[in-house]
Design a protein around this ligand. Structure first.
Ligand SMILES: Cc1ncc(COP(=O)(O)O)c(C=O)c1O
Length: 388
């Protein structure tokens, strides 16, 4: 293992597998993008108003490092009631989006050379953040014929004495897979046996369909001290640009390490944005339910259209707003498929290769866009498939 520094590790990670495609799309007209990773709804007005009110009332100063006490108390209440995780306000930290929470959790948990298990396909930030933190990412394939759910036997095979951390993400970006309680229980047995730390990335918790409910790993027996739960206001309340996320951990020493990293970095989150987030939790949740219903309709439409196509297939995603389309019958690799689809039909998709080594036969289609646009994109994909 070479000596680690962030600066030298930066040379080992790519900028982003999808950058080239997005740059190309910028210069084109008439594009329909199925590449977007954020809801297409404005933040609800009552949340915006709460933030404006805070600004007008002079709430323009630093907040405590770990975040506004009222907000942490509201999150603690929400986590107890909704996630069945018993954490106090002192075990919660407000971060710059879920993204910073992930970085703090990874950086504070591992030492140079520690193994970090990343179920793959995975959210694009996990592996680069592990590398930047001096860790050794170990990707475990989540297979399509197992609904992209982490197989406990495959997980156990990859564990060595160097393994320190596991990163779980349900609902998943990019597959939309949702882990059920029984899936999590099987994994939790292994976590306990090997005493692993786990980051549970639950930023899509509110976007689960067909009447199913999210299950938080930290709510399971024996898990509460091993798990760092990462969450965010970005997707649940359509607040991606606000940059408010949070983490919780009952491991006091780990929490202190994360707090040190946070206080010598951003210091604290934007105070007025935190007042908006407080209103998001305290105010009506109608918007959250409405947005979920809307995404469920769109998922159904996209799924139906894909089932009618020749040459591609997909398993029905149960959460988030992504569908992982299998393109193996086209005999194209994912980057070639996405590039050609963009050039020929002006539809943006994200090549599976961007999400790890096991997904070059897939492309990710994101559906935070109006149904007319989804239909038009599908017409174009159909035409593309008939020609290629
Ligand atoms: C799986 C996953 N985790 C975390 C994030 C981070 O989101 P944010 O930093 O906006 O909270 C994203 C964003 O796309 C995501 O898809």
């Amino acid at each position: 293992m070479p000596e680690h520094s962030i600066s030298s590790s930066l040379d080992r990670i790519p900028k982003s597998g999808i950058r080239k495609l997005f740059d190309l799309a910028q210069s084109m007209e008439g594009i329909i993008s199925l590449g977007i990773g954020e809801p297409d709804f404005d933040t609800p007005p009552h949340i915006v108003e709460a933030s404006i009110k805070a600004l007008k009332e002079g709430k323009t100063y630093y907040s405590p490092n770990s975040g506004l006490l009222e907000l942490r108390q509201a999150i603690s209440e929400k986590m107890k009631k909704q996630n069945f995780i018993d954490v106090s306000e002192n075990e919660i930290m407000i971060t710059v989006g879920g993204g910073q929470a992930l970085a703090l959790a990874i950086q504070s948990s591992i030492k140079t050379g520690d193994g970090v298990i990343v179920p793959s396909p995975a959210f694009v930030a996990y592996v680069p953040t592990v590398i930047l933190s001096g860790g050794n990412p170990i990707e475990v394939e989540c297979k399509e014929d197992e609904n992209f759910i982490l197989n406990p036997d495959l997980l156990e095979e990859k564990i060595t004495e160097k393994t320190e951390l596991l990163i779980l993400n349900s609902p998943s970006n990019p597959t939309g897979a949702v882990m059920k309680k029984r899936d999590l229980e099987k994994i939790s047995d292994i976590i306990m046996e090997y005493n692993l730390k786990v980051i549970s990335d639950e930023v899509y918790e509110s976007l689960i369909y067909d009447g199913k409910k999210h299950v938080s790993l930290a709510s399971l027996n024996g898990m509460e001290n091993n798990v760092i739960t990462v969450n965010s206001f970005s997707k649940t309340y359509s607040m991606t640009g606000w940059r408010v996320g949070y983490l919780s951990s009952k491991d006091e020493s780990l929490f202190d390490r994360m707090l040190k990293l946070h206080m010598y970095g951003p210091v604290c989150n934007n105070t007025f944005a935190q007042f908006g987030a407080l209103e998001a939790l305290k105010g009506s949740q109608d918007f959250v339910n409405h947005m979920r219903d809307e995404f469920e309709d769109r998922r159904n439409l996209l799924m139906k259209r894909i089932e009618e196509m020749k040459g591609v297939s997909a398993i029905k995603p149960e959460g988030a707003f992504y569908l992982f389309m299998n393109i193996s019958q086209t005999k194209m690799k994912s980057e070639e498929f996405s590039e050609k689809l963009l050039n020929e039909e002006k539809v943006v998709s994200v090549p599976g290769a961007a999400f790890g080594p096991y997904s070059d036969e897939f492309v990710r289609l994101a559906y935070p866009l109006k149904k007319e646009k989804i239909n038009e994109a599908c017409d174009r994909i159909e035409r593309f498939l008939s020609k290629n």
